[in-house]
Design a protein around this ligand. Structure first.
Ligand code: AHR
Length: 552
């Protein structure tokens, strides 16, 4: 063995973790013993095409659009009078790019901003809306041009679902309930009539409701117990009144079941501290008919240390390796908090919702403080791949995640500059993963090997396999090593491989980016695997992610 063995036949990603300890010894032995060190030996892999595993919920591919910097203003909303082509104020280039990603849900309006957001400021005629200050993010002027109705119009244009975060910091349960009534009540009610007067007669669908955000910090700095008491009130009274979606809730009888209930997501951890996880899950276990939650949030960024100081441009292999290693702490976060959840919820009814993750780097030179504007390189795409692979390995508990963020903020899919738009490596990566939405994870087994730089040692290869809803077998192969290609020799149990082809995302340098002038430096290219005696063989370029579909 020369590295981490990854197998979700038996142990899932635990295999990758557990092997860290064994790895140093094994590597030393193999280095001393192998006369063929210079010759790369193929990495043996086996995929059980006839096996089965949990569903990879498509909500794992959710996104976050906070009222922050140019994430909304300039990035999504340009206004109806803009010279930038738009439909009712939403820029058409961004909408059409996002539509291709099949984004399952969009979290809005924050983040920290959510706990300062008062929904009434953002409804009704735009000329009369309140002008406020975004105290969370750079004290930017917030004209509230993009409010509730614009958000749902945007969702409608990109064909996605709403994940609304209500204000539990500076707001009240009544304000949240009133907002929900505005969004979801029948037009025969006063709240629904106001929505209809603002242009939308039919109730909106609120698929996910976030009850607070980081309430242990920017959302109010509440103790876990105080949060739980408040959360129960919000869970009870912030009602979704859309009858088609939610049904009626009448414990005295006569209730009508809705077909697509909203999921309420409580605040959970943002570190290895389990206080919130314990308090929320303990309360959930003891809940009565009057309230519940259908998700526990967790936030975890790749940032090395706070405040983030690593650059998103012009960096070298050292920074590449260190951030890859920092990404692997996500595994510890999932493991530690899942264990607490298992204690109260062994049947895994409550999903762990990782609703903020991604690479958080230093702001770009010249960009405004508090706007969290960074570039996006092949390193970010590889980190996204490592995270997404990890989520699928925990698909029984991790059934929803939200990358931070969608446009122009943190690890963005898209960057804009006035009328110009560029798709980032992370955008391309997300597009390559579309076939994994709602796919069934399949058992896979391989020796991950090791990539090392200085004192950093991390798994060199990562991979997942799944049966797509299209019936095809799909495989992701991630080569973390920035200099060495990797030979994969895969046996696909129970099918004789006929052909395998797909796309590969790679670049010449670890800091390769797409700029407005050179938008295609990091773009997916076609790749084919060799088929040899029914086995699949493929050469993975250094620092690359390959997605293959396999046909018998
Ligand atoms: O995504 C940026 C910020 O990070 C969010 O507003 C907050 O929830 C987190 O601290």
């Amino acid at each position: 063995m020369t590295g981490w063995r990854v197998s979700n036949r038996v142990t899932g990603l635990e295999g990758m973790r557990n092997m860290i300890v064994k790895h140093a010894l094994a590597l030393a032995i193999s280095v001393a013993a192998s006369p063929l060190l210079a010759q790369p030996t193929p990495i043996k892999m086996s995929v059980a095409a006839d096996g089965t595993g949990p569903k990879i919920d498509r909500n794992i591919f959710g996104q976050f659009a906070e009222n922050l910097g140019t994430g909304i203003y300039g990035g999504v909303w340009v206004g109806e009078d803009s010279s930038i082509p738009n439909v009712r104020g939403m820029r058409s280039d961004v909408v059409s790019a996002l539509k291709a990603l099949k984004v399952p849900s969009v979290r809005w309006p924050g983040g920290c901003f959510a706990d300062e957001y008062h929904w009434r400021d953002g409804v009704g005629p735009r000329a009369k809306r309140a002008v406020t200050v975004n105290g969370s993010w750079g004290n930017a002027l917030e004209k509230n041009d993009f409010g509730t109705d614009e958000f749902f119009d945007f969702l409608n244009q990109i064909e996605s679902e709403a994940y609304i975060s209500v204000n539990m910091g500076s707001g009240s349960a009544k304000e949240a309930a009133d907002w929900m009534a505005y969004m979801t009540a029948d037009p025969g009610t006063t709240a629904g009539a106001e929505r209809a007067a603002n242009g939308h007669r039919e109730p909106y669908r609120v698929k996910f409701l976030g009850i607070g955000n980081e309430s242990w910090s920017c959302g109010g700095a509440y103790s876990a117990d105080y949060y739980v008491d408040e959360m129960k009130r919000y869970a009870r009274f912030t009602r979704n009144l859309n009858i088609q979606q939610q049904g009626t809730d009448n414990p005295a009888g006569g209730s009508v079941a809705g077909t697509d209930p909203m999921q309420r997501i409580a605040v959970g951890p943002g570190s290895l501290d389990t206080a919130y996880t314990e308090a929320v899950m303990k309360a959930w276990k003891g809940h009565d008919w009057s309230w519940s939650i259908e998700g526990l949030s967790m936030h975890n960024y790749t940032w090395m240390s706070w405040p983030p100081s690593f650059s998103s441009i012009d960096f070298g292999e050292r920074e590449y390796a260190m951030l890859i290693k920092d990404t692997l702490k996500m595994e510890d976060m999932i493991r530690v908090h899942s264990a607490v959840m298992d204690k109260y919820d062994p049947a895994k009814k409550v999903p762990l919702v990782i609703d903020e993750w991604g690479v958080w780097l230093a702001k770009l030179p010249g960009s405004r403080d508090g706007f969290l504007h960074q570039q996006n390189s092949i390193r970010d795409a590889i980190i996204a791949s490592i995270n997404l692979n990890m989520f699928t390995r925990h698909a029984d508990r991790v059934r929803m995640t939200v990358i931070a963020q969608m446009v122009n903020v943190l690890q963005a899919m898209i960057l804009t500059d006035g009328p110009r738009m560029v798709l980032t490596p992370t955008y391309h990566l997300f597009k390559m993963y579309v076939p994994f939405q709602n796919a069934t994870r399949l058992p896979i087994d391989f020796d991950a090997g090791t990539y090392s730089f200085g004192d950093v040692r991390v798994p060199r290869i990562d991979a997942i396999a799944a049966r797509g809803t299209d019936g095809k077998l799909w495989i992701v192969l991630t080569n973390v090593d920035p200099s060495k290609p990797a030979e994969i020799d895969a046996q696909i149990a129970c099918i004789r491989v006929g052909a395998a082809s797909g796309t590969v995302l790679t670049a010449d340098r670890v800091d390769a980016i797409n700029s407005f002038d050179k938008p295609d430096t990091v773009a997916p290219r076609p790749i084919s695997a060799r088929v040899n005696g029914g086995r699949l063989q493929v050469t993975l370029p250094p620092k690359s992610v390959t997605v293959l579909s396999v046909t018998p």
